[in-house]
Design a protein around this ligand. Structure first.
Ligand SMILES: NC(=O)c1ccc[n+]([C@@H]2O[C@H](COP(=O)([O-])OP(=O)(O)OC[C@H]3O[C@@H](n4cnc5c(N)ncnc54)[C@H](O)[C@@H]3O)[C@@H](O)[C@H]2O)c1
Length: 450
């Protein structure tokens, strides 16, 4: 099929690339000139496992092209995806300006000659309930083109986005047109393994499904994070509790890992939006509010604990921050807990040495020379008073800890992701503070090397 994807960010580029890999002819429309140039040069502007290879393969074959010319891009398209950002405004409501802008551009570009064959506009962006219905009304009033609108929220996770797109748990399509549903069914046909995974529903149900999914997942994380307070007080281990409740089929094991708070471009903004969506419906959601308060507190709690266990004043203490991305396998730092943690540390007068294998350049744009940047965790830890581990990059668990301990002023690690092994920490001479797990308090001091 002939497909156009408007917006080539994390979701749009994965959508465009994966659809091209399924045999469709895809044009990505991107208005950021730097990103567009990178794409047109055949390079992938973001780090996402497997994406660059798949993109380059389909770009080379001509199945995938990039442009900023909306008119040409929608001229022959049967399906036009809108995958532009819907970031939060300072008050937590959704900034709809990119989606409205993209909708207007598509509307203007749809030529009069589109009256005969239908074009399906697909809203991939996460949008509040009522948006698709409004967009449909707008398009019907502004163009004589034969358009249908469907909501098709995206559930991919950064770090496994290509796999998530190509092997979805479900594909949700909201709308009111059986013809558009059939179009979407045909589009996704190669990845629909079981008929029940393709779900059609009303626009508002599809829109709210996305917010409900992210709010539910964030709630599970916040609940486990709150449990870490009790674990630390009573000497329990959050990992035992995770296994104990995750093995219950009614609960399930996913999204029960405690840590220093959730981040990313979706959970914080979607949960905040959910609070406003509730308020707009006349309902003050104490539950949704609590998810966010717990998350904010957990980041503060991480720093407060670091300060209380440091054994020296935080002013002028030197802290190594390992991991800046909001999760492993991405370079995305949007709403990363590392931003708040570094900010709190700097505000309290600490010196920060930061490192991340992928996300350092993005973070430099925020902190510039307020932070000392290091290419690897070993050099970042030299002559520091503690390490704060904030992203669960798998290679962090196999670092040469004995060597690292010997170069630090005092070997202490605060593990905000519970991803290091206690026994290794103890054996290599670290004081070790995970979240909601027993700490290693009395470190075996290193003997002087001969
Ligand atoms: N990132 C995720 O993991 C994820 C997962 C599921 C859903 N979502 C949702 O998907 C949407 C997109 O998120 P993202 O992370 O890909 O955002 P993004 O900011 O990475 O990408 C959006 C892109 O759209 C481009 N753009 C904006 N207006 C345009 C226009 N008029 N024409 C052409 N290009 C335009 C921007 O330049 C940018 O490159 C959001 O609503 C988000 O909530 C994101």
């Amino acid at each position: 099929m002939d497909v156009t994807v408007v917006g080539c960010g994390y979701v749009g580029l994965v959508t465009a690339t994966c659809l091209a890999s399924l045999g469709h002819t895809v044009r990505g429309v991107e208005k950021d000139p730097r990103k567009l140039k990178t794409l047109q040069d055949g390079h992938c502007p973001i780090f996402e496992p497997g994406l660059a290879e798949l993109m380059q393969e389909n770009f080379a074959s001509g199945a995938l092209q990039f442009t900023d010319n909306m008119k040409e891009a929608v001229h022959e398209a049967e399906v036009v995806f809108l995958a532009v950002g819907t970031p939060p405004k300072p008050d937590g409501t959704v900034d709809m300006s990119y989606l409205e802008g993209a909708g207007k551009e598509v509307c203007d570009a749809l030529a009069e000659d589109r009256q005969q064959c239908m074009v399906t506009i697909v809203v991939k962006s996460t949008v509040p309930a009522g948006t698709n219905r409004k967009l449909y009304g707008f398009l019907r009033s502004q163009t004589r083109a034969y358009v249908q609108v469907v909501s098709n929220p995206e559930f991919l996770r950064e770090g496994s986005a290509v796999k998530d797109f190509l092997e979805p748990d479900r594909i949700v399509v909201g709308g009111e047109s059986p013809e558009a549903f059939r179009m979407m069914r045909r589009l996704y046909d190669p990845i629909i393994k079981r008929e029940e995974t393709f779900m059609t529903m009303g626009w508002e149900s599809a829109e709210l499904t996305k917010y409900a999914a992210n709010t539910m997942l964030a709630a599970r994380i916040s609940f486990m994070n709150e449990m870490t307070i009790l674990c630390e007080h009573y000497g329990a281990d959050i990992e035992d509790i995770r296994k104990g409740i995750g093995s219950d089929a009614r609960i399930g094991p996913a999204f029960l890992r405690a840590g220093c708070g959730y981040g990313g471009s979706c959970f914080p903004k979607d949960v905040a939006a959910m609070e406003h969506i509730s308020r707009a419906a006349g309902h003050e959601s104490l539950f949704v509010h609590a998810i966010q308060t717990t998350n904010a507190n957990q980041k503060k709690r991480f720093v407060d604990r670091l300060i209380s266990k440091l054994g020296r004043p935080i002013e002028r203490a030197s802290i190594a921050v390992w991991g800046l991305a909001f999760k492993a396998d991405t370079d995305d730092i949007r709403e990363s807990p590392a931003i708040d943690v570094i900010r709190y540390l700097l505000e309290r007068g600490a010196q920060v040495k930061a490192t991340d294998p992928r996300a350092m350049n993005n973070m430099k744009a925020i902190f510039g020379d307020q932070v000392e940047w290091h290419g690897d965790p070993v050099s970042a830890a030299v002559e520091t008073d503690a390490v704060a581990l904030l992203t669960d990059w798998p290679f962090y668990s196999t670092l040469p800890f004995r060597k690292i301990a010997a170069t630090m002023n005092q070997p202490i690690i605060f593990d905000g992701r519970n991803c290091l092994h206690r026994d290794v920490m103890r054996e290599t001479g670290f004081q070790y503070y995970p979240m909601g797990r027993p700490a290693v308090e009395a470190s075996l001091r290193l003997k002087a090397r001969s």
